[in-house]
Design a protein around this ligand. Structure first.
Ligand code: ADP
Length: 194
């Protein structure tokens, strides 16, 4: 199965993606985690990681989006690696219409298809307080506020993009972790039967 998970900061994408990957034996690709790691380890053995970290640092710290070109290129390389051949969950990608379109082109080239886009719906004030409480290097209040804004302007239009393609499932992310996971599994099951 190939899935993308959409939601603002603190919506629970990471928590739910990890659970789902464990449950279904899929590869979990979290772009935010990958970027934070690349930033924290600038002396990584892999020069492309070090380069990505250098480019991304300023954007990530300010809560801005890393430029599409860099993210699209990164995902192109990542999804062509052998461990990605049997299904994955993309957590934090795509975040813009351009990224979503390019992902579809890439999957066409690879002869693969996206099964589902899972949207974790959580009110802005809950997203804000959860993110600030988490205290990561990019969770300063101003940066979190900016990420919420960018979710609305850049990422929300993707809901329509996937809805039009009959791929979208909406899940109430403002519930206990287990309940959110149950709702995802139930709705995924139903969509696979259609
Ligand atoms: P959150 O879930 O809190 O919004 P993530 O961990 O997914 O944060 O992402 C952290 C940061 O990494 C984002 O604020 C952004 O700067 C960068 N980032 C992650 N994924 C993408 C992407 N697909 N496009 C552009 N920037 C990204």
């Amino acid at each position: 199965m190939r899935c993308v998970v959409l939601g603002g900061p603190g919506a629970g994408r990471g928590t739910q993606s990890e659970l789902l990957c464990r449950h279904l034996g899929l590869l979990w690709i979290a772009t935010g985690d990958i970027l934070r790691l690349a930033i924290a380890a600038p002396t990584s053995d892999d020069p492309s990681q070090a380069e990505l970290g250098q480019l991304a640092q300023d954007y990530v710290e300010r809560g801005e989006l890393v430029p599409d070109e860099a993210m699209i290129q990164f995902i192109q390389l990542r999804l062509q690696q052998s461990d990605a051949a049997h299904g994955w969950i993309l957590d934090g990608y795509p975040r813009t219409a351009f990224q979503a379109e390019e992902l579809d082109f890439l999957l066409d080239d690879l002869g693969q298809q996206l099964n589902t886009a899972i949207y974790l719906e959580v009110p802005d004030d809950v997203q804000f307080s959860r993110s600030v409480a988490r205290g990561r290097m990019d969770d300063q209040p101003d940066a979190v506020q900016r990420r919420i804004e960018l979710f609305h302007t850049c990422t929300r239009p993707l809901l329509e993009y996937y809805e039009l393609r009959d791929r979208l499932i909406r899940v109430n992310g403002d519930q206990a972790i287990d309940q959110v996971q149950q709702e995802i599994l139930k709705k995924l099951g139903a969509s696979q039967l259609e």
